[in-house]
Design a protein around this ligand. Structure first.
Ligand code: NAP
Length: 312
């Protein structure tokens, strides 16, 4: 079976190209571009890469992206104070605090931070108000990764309504909102997790299979219905050449990249799934670029909504 590539890089470029004139028009009307504040606490290398990607891509699309980098031992109270400052800053439209926060912070630090962000500026879509709006089927800011998956399916003309969609993973940031967004688009949705019995029996019924687990090569061909559209949300850095060889084959160019860079990012879906699936999103170049594009889109939405409220 020939497997189509669900090209997230191209889809994200198309989203950004559509956003750019709207961003420019906002800047002309308001005398400043839509503005996103990112808070990065600590020195997690993956987070640093994600934040640089958001900063660069936001700037290229015409937004103002301000990154506040704080040391890992910053007290939670200081982070909350910073967030409140962005809440009160009239020239700040969107706020994102990069997850994960340092392990040494309070166990509920992420919850405290999210609940401190003004819901009207919560462009990551994680504040309970915004989660509630997604549950009600009238999202204001849907979380960026799941809304990126919907965008990818739409742009690649993968039908959703009436199809059986199976989501592996039930986190608040990916799995749960993914399931709700698919439901909102009239898919019949099954949600699987670590306690699901006979996972393969469920996943192999999926017309659309979304995997958000974080385990390299977890989804094998026997778990996939022939012809299904498979979206790989997983991103796990690996540095073990043996594991990379098992996943991609000893002659894969990905092993060359690993040798040069010391690590590569891999998805949940085993490459041999391409022998069974009808369409498959790659890692990298699948969901990742769309996550950033949807963040920029949410920031523009926030900026325009605040502009409208000021005029009212
Ligand atoms: P998470 O909070 O760790 O959630 C993982 C989910 O996988 C959990 O719901 C867990 O079930 C489930 N799971 C674990 N082992 C399983 C098993 N054997 N069978 C079935 N389900 C199993 O992770 P996350 O934040 O949702 O992220 C998931 C992946 O997506 C990670 O690799 C992350 O890096 C990636 N990600 C990528 C992007 C992007 O932009 N591309 C954005 C966000 C996340 P339980 O609930 O039962 O524990």
């Amino acid at each position: 079976m020939s497997c189509r590539r669900l090209d997230g890089t191209a889809a994200a470029a198309a989203v950004r190209a559509e956003l750019a004139p709207q961003v420019a028009a906002f800047a002309v009307r308001q005398g400043r571009p839509p503005s996103l504040a990112i808070v990065l606490v600590g020195d997690d290398p993956a987070s640093a890469v994600y934040v640089r990607g958001k900063e660069r891509t936001g700037g290229e699309t015409g937004l103002r992206v301000t990154v506040k980098r704080l040391p890992a031992d910053t007290p939670l109270a200081d982070v909350l104070r910073l967030v409140r400052g962005f809440n009160d800053d009239d020239e700040c439209d969107g706020i994102l605090v990069q997850s994960p926060l340092p392990a040494a912070m309070a166990a509920d630090a992420e919850v405290q931070v999210i609940e401190t962000i003004d819901p009207a500026k919560d462009v990551d879509g994680l504040h309970p108000c915004n989660v509630g709006l997604v549950v009600e089927g009238r999202p204001r800011f849907a979380p960026c990764t799941p809304s990126g998956v919907i965008e990818l399916l739409d742009r690649e003309q993968v039908p959703i309504a009436g199809r059986h969609a199976v989501v592996i993973g039930r986190s608040g940031i990916v799995g749960k909102p993914m399931s709700l967004l698919l439901l909102q688009r009239d898919a019949t949705v099954s949600i699987c997790h670590s306690k699901t019995a006979d996972l393969a029996a469920i996943t192999s019924q999926a017309d659309i299979l979304v995997s958000a687990v974080g385990r390299p090569g977890f989804v094998k061909p026997a778990m996939v219905k022939p012809g299904a559209a498979v979206v790989d949300v997983g991103t796990t850095p690996i540095s073990d050449p043996e594991l990379a060889g098992q996943l991609f084959g000893e002659s894969s160019p990905r092993l060359v990249t690993l040798a040069a860079k010391g690590s590569i990012v891999v998805g949940d879906v085993h490459p041999s799934v391409a022998d069974v699936a009808g369409a498959l999103s790659p890692v990298p170049g699948g969901v990742g670029p769309l996550t950033i594009a949807m963040l920029l889109k949410n920031t523009l939405t926030a900026a325009e909504a605040r502009e409208k409220r000021r005029r009212a």
